[in-house]
Design a protein around this ligand. Structure first.
Ligand code: C5P
Length: 245
């Protein structure tokens, strides 16, 4: 069974993206925010800068880890990377649904096998990157399926391949929930708290609306990291979540 359920408190639903590029800055933020959040997200910038020692560091601070590694390769290679993620004891990590069903099935199998005797991390799929709009999908990738169909389709493919959930825009959460049912995690970035400004996010949703729309977790970066007081910002996000579910 995965370590995570969708029966969560408001604080547990908040994932803070540690979008920085050094161990020192990452640890400063961990110390500051560890009592305020459910999980820290380690993405490609920080992971490539610092490496897997980060996972141990987050665990040392008693917080869960979402490794946003977005694996996308041939099935055999992705399966190997999944086994490595399990060895590092991450709580959640992800692969691209666009790698296809075979890749996702092998990833799920490798994750389950590697986790025998320990808590299995949640394995989730990125559906379509939230930076990708319909025009880009059609012009660059020649995919002429509307996003509102493509995203729930990929969520269903991920579920059928044995994955535990998806990462998707909060705007798509209600359609995904309708397509895949209750027992499937939906993690949504692109969140802007009511008190924050939009940055470069084209499609934004507030924390409360994301959860009310069917998301289990929200991922927030800059509105917390760049706030005058990241602790206050994190608390305000958690407050915004109360009453949303
Ligand atoms: O925009 P913000 O700083 O809150 O982003 C937090 C995380 O959400 C980033 O680490 C990125 O992986 C993800 N994100 C996304 N789509 C965007 C912008 C950010 O998935 N358009």
């Amino acid at each position: 069974m995965p370590a995570l359920s969708n029966n969560l408190t408001a604080r547990e639903r908040l994932i803070v993206a540690l979008d920085v590029d050094s161990m020192e800055e990452a640890e400063r933020l961990m110390v500051l925010l560890k009592g305020e959040v459910g999980m820290f997200k380690i993405g490609l910038e920080l992971f490539t800068s610092v490496g897997p020692a980060l996972f141990e560091l987050v665990r040392k601070h008693g917080v869960k880890v979402f490794f946003d590694g977005k694996f996308h390769d041939i099935p055999n290679t992705v399966a190997g990377a999944c086994r490595a993620a399990v060895r590092h004891n991450v709580d959640m990590f992800n692969i691209h649904a666009l790698g296809g069903a075979k890749m996702m099935c092998q990833a799920a199998k490798a994750t389950a096998e590697a986790a025998v005797g320990k808590t299995r991390p949640a394995l989730i799929a990125v559906t379509i990157l939230t930076s990708m709009d319909e025009k880009t999908l059609a012009e660059d990738l020649k995919v002429n399926v509307p996003l509102k169909k493509m995203v729930p389709y990929l969520a269903g493919l991920a579920r059928g391949s044995g994955l535990d959930g998806v990462v998707a825009s909060a705007q798509e959460a209600p359609a995904i929930r309708e397509a895949v049912g209750e027992d499937f995690l939906i993690v949504t970035p692109g969140i802007r708290p009511a008190f924050a400004k939009a940055d470069d996010q084209a499609r934004i949703v507030t924390p409360k609306d994301a959860i009310a729309g069917g998301a289990d977790y929200i991922v927030v970066g800059r509105p917390i990291l760049k706030a005058e007081s990241p602790v206050d910002a994190a608390r305000r996000v958690v407050e915004e979540l109360h009453g949303a579910y």
